[in-house]
Design a protein around this ligand. Structure first.
Ligand code: FES
Ligand SMILES: [Fe+2]
Length: 339
């Protein structure tokens, strides 16, 4: 994910995705465009330039680029040297986000963009974006081990039950799934269902790719006979976009299918979510700072059973990177550097 839809318009906007500084904007028809942010002439940032129709005109000496990246005008001379262009990246909008592919453009397949299936439906949807000075690996660790809800998010929606409920972890087709079934019987446990009853929270986190982790919590009465048809679902969309090894952007969306018109609940959810995610940002940044300033002796970490999911994710990423390395050393031609 390169940006939220709502943050992209007719102003060139700078974003960094997986080591690529990009300029993003919309054409007059609203289509997203992603180009290398560096003008081919002297490297001026196109994100600090201006749009002329569907093209972006460099703010330094006026080289003008079409959405394809081809330079269509060099103001200082009548002709445009044929080779002048900046790299253009496939960009596809799936509201509320815009996705960009920074790998070999010929392998970009929009069908691979995961469809979370609930955004923009009849749910109450919140979105946000956070920039983090830390490692994207740490962000994956954070999202794959929800026992941190009990401690890091104590008082903002954290529940004591996460840490004490061992998860089921399964891996299929390169996806890692963590599931917990948690019984809540404290006062007010059934609030989301409008019931004064104990509930079962079925919490699932699914790591889909290095860029995306989906999670949901389905709340049902426990025992179900109390109200067989009642259920409430909250879904989370966590898009982790590495900028560099030490910075990342975190786009999130949260949606619920119950009390969707309850503005006060939406406000409260936004408050709590922003507070909780700020705590996650701090955790990732504090860990990163310590590691950077005081590199730990080996072994730097201790693993316990609950780290199983996070470790599977690390292994999948290591395999992907090893495959990429093999591809790069095996390839003799390169048409746009493979990532
Ligand atoms: S740097 Fe862009 S036109 Fe010179
Ligand atoms: Fe968290």
């Amino acid at each position: 994910v390169a940006t939220r839809s709502e943050d992209l318009g007719r102003e060139p906007t700078g974003r960094t995705v997986a080591g690529h500084p990009l300029v993003l904007y919309r054409t007059e028809d609203g289509e997203p465009v992603a180009l290398d942010d560096r003008c081919a002439h002297r490297g001026f940032p196109l994100s600090r330039s201006r749009l002329v129709g569907d093209n972006v005109q460099c703010g330094y000496h006026g080289f003008t680029y079409a959405p394809s990246g081809v330079c269509v005008q060099v103001p200082a001379q009548p002709d445009v040297p044929g080779r002048v262009r900046v790299r253009s990246f496939p960009a596809v909008e799936r509201r509320p986000f815009v996705w960009v592919w920074t790998g070999d453009a010929t392998t970009a397949d929009p069908a691979e963009i995961p469809d979370p299936g609930w955004i923009e439906e009849d749910w109450a949807v919140l979105t946000g974006v956070l920039r983090i000075n830390g490692s994207w690996h740490q962000m994956h660790d954070n999202l794959m081990d929800l026992t941190h809800l009990t401690y890091l998010h104590d008082g903002v929606g954290g529940t004591g039950r996460y840490a004490e409920t061992p998860p089921d972890v399964t891996t299929r087709n390169g996806r890692v799934r963590v599931e917990r079934r948690i019984r809540e019987d404290g006062p007010g446990a059934g609030w989301a269902l409008g019931l004064d009853t104990a509930v079962l929270r079925h919490a699932t986190t699914e790591w889909r790719s290095p860029a995306l982790i989906l999670a949901d919590v389905v709340i049902t009465p426990d025992p179900p006979e109390n109200a067989p048809d009642r259920s409430a679902t909250i879904r989370f969309f966590h898009a982790v976009t590495p900028e560099s090894p030490t910075t990342l952007t975190y786009h999130w969306a949260l949606a619920r299918d119950f009390m969707v018109d309850n503005e006060e609940l939406t406000e409260r959810t936004l408050d709590q979510t922003v507070t909780a995610f700020q705590q996650d940002v701090e955790a990732v940044e504090w860990i990163h700072q310590l590691r950077r300033d005081f590199p730990p002796a080996e072994p730097a970490e201790v693993n316990i059973r609950v780290d199983g999911a996070g470790l599977r994710v690390r292994r999948i990423i290591a395999d992907i990177l090893a495959e990429e390395d093999a591809d790069i050393s095996n390839s003799t031609i390169s048409n746009g550097a493979p990532e």
